[in-house]
Write a protein that binds this ligand. Sequence first.
Ligand code: CU
Length: 503
Amino acid sequence: MFPFHSTRRTFLQAAGATVGAALFSPATPLSRSLPLSNLGLAPQNDGPADYSLTIATKPIELSPNHIISVTTYNGQFPGPLLRLKEGERVTVDVRNETDTPEQLHLHGQFVPSDVDGAAEEGSPFIPPHGSRRISFVPRPAGFRFYHTHVRAGADLTKGQYSGLVGPVYIEPKRHSGNYDREVFLTLKEFQPTLSHGGDMPQDFLAPAQTVGALKEAGESKMKASLAKGMPHGYEVGYDFFTINGKMLGHGEPVRVKEGQRVLFHILNGSATEIRSLALPGHSFSVIAMDGNPLPKPVRVPILWLGTAERISAIVEMNHPGVWIMGDLADDDRHHGMGIVVEYAGYKGKAQWLPPRPFKWNYAHFGALNPTSAQPDEIFDMLFEKQNAALDGFNQWTINGVAYPRDQMTTAPTFHLHEGKRYRIRMRNASDDIHPIHLHRHSFELTKITGQATSGVMKDVVMVGGYQEVEIDFVANNPGLTLFHCHQQLHMDFGFMTLFDYDG
Ligand SMILES: [Cu+2]
């Protein structure tokens, strides 16, 4: 009964078989047909699924000298690109070969709560050594992704510290865009370790002004905690940095020709880190954020992506050579966070040049004359940190309440009425930047640190230290809806809350 295309009834290839730094294009078949019966899967209904994902712990090669054991989808990192069509129902079989329950979250899609892949919303777990078939109608069009949605807590092999991340591209019904080819890049660190204190970039957001009252509250709380002899709460650092699972210099380069327009779909697949990206001598024409088209393309020299954010940007290849497209942080780039861009006819060592300073302001991507509809209701949220309060881990609260660590669902705090427009006024009383995510809905950025904006639709937004951000969304997808910081170390230690619909 569903409009399946037999060509999409495919099993995606496992580790090692997919080379080329996972550079997929519509013309490049990434999969081969293989009957699912060969895989020991017994579909409960309707025959084989369109896609099959197997969660298992296997070795992957980040470079010849860095082979690690990590949990992935289909034995590869990133997981296979799921190229879906807007509005055409698909089925995905998810097999869990690990010893712990799993969740497959369809990040950025408007799906029902039981398919979204968050236990907090009531999605069933994929049992250990078991499987679950999901069926959904992909929407909205654009660059989405899938990832695990289990809590890791202090176990840095679990949750998004693992390799359980993969890209999704939902083809729009009508194609637009003027480009020669597409390249998907997933940025991700491996080998996490706990440390006291981090080196997270802090000063790249604009406007830079902080709110005095938030700063005073946060700093006095921190001072009081340290005065009691508490250490700084744990942070997470990493040994290895990769793009498409390869450390800089070890994957296939992005091979380009002079004059080409290359559309990059970039995903920050990190569990905890904010990433930047530059390509010396080139600029990015950003056409979509979190998969949603911008009011107009905006040209920038640098990209910044909080955890789980995506950027789609066209780069005109007009500066021939062999270049490093990499993170601005020298240390992270030296440990692998980069990929080589090689022009046809050019050879030699890839070059890096630090870009000129540039601040990241979301409002820069919005409409020239901001006009957002007035909300029907405003929700105020205050984000606070209790330093090292939970066995050395920071505890996080929204309006003074931490999400219970020992239970999945809890009484929803915010109540929605279908069809109404809501504004969330977020105030961050901590010095950390929080990439805030709303499940199953898109939101519009309406105010960034005092600056009005409109027209930028997202599902993750970074809220700067001691800053305020406002987002609006229309309650158009009934069901339990999770709201959380996408920083794994924050969400696992309280930084989540639930919305529900009345009526
Ligand atoms: Cu956070």
